[in-house]
Design a protein around this ligand. Structure first.
Ligand code: PLP
Length: 393
C-alpha cells in the first residue's frame, strides 16, 4: 500500500477532527491563521515595520524584559546554537545543566562548536539545585551556564530565580532555553537576571514553527560584542541588534510568521498575561489529576511541574508508542511519546497555547478509550471525573 493510500484510508476510518496535542508544535488559533493568510508584505516596507515594532512591544512583557527582541527565521534548536556562538570564544568553557533531552542537546551543540563543555548531570525528572550550580562554578572559570527553563522531555521547570541569583555578581552568563515555557510559564527575565533567553514560535506562542526569539541583556551584550569569538554570520546577534533598532531584521524577515505572532500576542494581551498563565496552570493541573486517577502519574519526581508540558509515566507492560499510535489512528489526537531513553515509558501531552477545559476533557475521553483497548486496568470515567473536579475548583 502506498503512503498516500494509507493516509486517505486512515482519514476515512477516523472522521474526528485533527487534534494537535503535542508539546509543540501546537494548534494555531483561527485568528492567527487568518493573519498568516494575508498577503506577504515587503520586509522593509512601512506596513511590515509597524507589525515588527508592535510585535516587539507585545513580546517584551511576555518575557518580562525591556530588552530589544531579536526575531530570527529559525527553529528553537537554531536559537540554542545562536546563543552559544554569540558568547563563546574557542577554548572557553561552558557548564550545561543536563536533566533531560534538551539539556543533552545544548551539550551536543557546545561540543560541535568546539568549546569545552562540562555537564552538571541531574537525574531526569528532577530539577537542579542552585547550590549544585554554585559549587561547580567555584571550581572553574565558566563563560556561561546553560539551562533549559522548561524541560519538555520530563515536564519539569528549573528554579531560574535561584540559579540566576547564584550568577548575579559573577562574570559567568546565564543562557536559558525557554522554547516550551514562554507564554505559558512565568518568565521574568530582567527581574531574575537571565542574560540571554531564547524561545520559539510554535509552542505557547500559538504560531507555526519557524520563528526564533532571542532576548539579550546588557551583561551579555558586552560579551556578544567582542570581536574574539566563535565564527558567526547568520546568527550574529550584533546584526539583529542593530537592525531591530531600525525596525527591521538583517535578512529577509519571516514576515508571515511575524504577522501571526503579532496576532497571537494580541490575543495573549487581550486575555491578560496573568490570566493566560493561570489558565495554563488550571488546565495542566486538571490533566494531571485526570491521568493520576487512571494510573498514569507524572514522570517528574520533585520540583515544579510544568504547566505547558505534562509527562506521564506508563505502567510496566503498557507501551507509550502504542498509546500514541492508537490515539492518532482512532481519534486523530496527536500526542508525543519520547525519542530518547524514556522511549516507550512515557507519554507527553502539551497543555499550552490555545487550549481550554473542553480540550482537556476530550483528551481524557480519548486516552481512557485507548488505554482500555490496550488492556490497562482502571476505573472507566475516573480520569474524566477527576479532571472535571479539578476544573470546577
Ligand atoms: N528546547 C526545548 C525545551 C524544546 O521543547 C524544543 C522543541 O521541542 C527545542 C528546544 C527545539 O526546538 P525546535 O524543534 O524548534 O528546533
Amino acid at each position: 500500500m502506498s503512503d498516500a493510500t494509507e493516509i486517505s484510508s486512515l482519514a476515512n476510518l477516523a472522521p474526528e477532527p485533527y487534534r494537535l496535542r503535542l508539546p509543540g508544535p501546537t494548534a494555531v488559533p483561527e485568528r492567527v491563521r487568518q493573519a498568516i493568510a494575508q498577503p506577504v508584505l515587503a520586509h522593509r516596507g512601512p506596513e511590515f515595520r509597524t507589525i515588527l515594532v508592535e510585535s516587539e512591544a507585545m513580546l517584551r512583557p511576555v518575557l518580562g524584559t525591556k530588552n530589544r527582541m531579536l526575531l530570527v527565521a529559525s527553529t528553537g534548536t537554531g536559537m540554542m546554537e545562536a546563543c552559544l556562538v554569540n558568547v563563546l570564544a574557542p577554548g572557553e568553557r561552558l557548564l550545561v545543566v543536563v536533566n533531560g533531552q534538551f539539556g543533552e542537546r545544548f551539550a551536543a551543540i557546545g561540543k560541535a562548536l568546539g568549546v569545552v563543555v562540562d555537564t552538571l548531570d541531574v537525574p531526569w525528572g528532577e530539577a537542579v539545585d542552585p547550590a549544585a550550580v554554585e559549587r561547580r562554578i567555584k571550581d572553574k572559570d565558566y563563560r556561561a551556564v546553560v539551562l533549559v527553563h522548561n524541560e519538555s522531555s520530563t515536564g519539569i521547570v528549573a528554579d531560574l530565580p535561584g540559579i540566576a541569583a547564584v550568577l548575579r555578581n559573577r562574570p559567568t552568563l546565564l543562557l536559558v532555553d525557554s522554547v516550551s515555557g514562554v507564554g505559558g510559564v512565568e518568565m521574568r527575565q530582567d527581574a531574575w537576571g537571565v542574560d540571554i533567553l531564547v524561545s520559539a514560535s510554535q509552542k505557547a506562542l500559538m504560531c507555526p514553527p519557524g520563528l526564533g526569539i532571542a532576548s539579550v541583556g546588557e551583561k551579555a551584550w558586552e560579551v556578544v560584542r567582542r570581536e574574539a569569538g566563535l565564527p558567526r554570520f547568520y546568527f550574529d546577534f550584533r546584526r539583529y541588534g542593530e537592525e531591530i533598532a531600525e525596525g527591521a531584521t538583517p535578512f529577509t524577515s519571516a514576515v508571515t510568521l511575524i504577522r501571526g505572532l503579532r496576532e497571537a500576542l494580541g490575543m495573549i494581551h487581550e486575555e491578560g498575561l496573568d490570566r493566560v498563565l493561570a489558565r495554563h496552570r488550571r488546565l495542566a493541573n486538571a490533566l494531571r489529576a485526570g491521568c493520576a486517577a487512571i494510573g498514569l502519574p507524572s514522570f517528574a519526581k520533585d520540583g515544579t511541574l510544568s504547566n505547558t508540558v505534562s509527562v506521564f509515566k506508563l505502567p510496566v507492560g503498557l507501551d507509550g508508542g502504542a498509546v500514541v499510535r492508537r490515539l492518532h489512528e482512532k481519534h486523530r489526537t496527536v500526542i508525543a511519546g519520547a525519542r530518547n531513553k524514556l522511549a516507550g515509558k512515557v507519554i507527553r501531552i502539551g497543555t499550552m497555547g490555545h487550549l481550554f477545559a473542553g480540550d482537556i476533557l476530550t483528551d481524557l475521553i480519548h486516552l481512557e478509550d485507548v488505554l482500555a483497548e490496550l488492556g490497562h486496568r482502571f476505573e472507566r470515567g475516573a480520569g474524566i471525573a477527576a479532571a472535571a473536579t479539578a476544573l470546577a475548583q
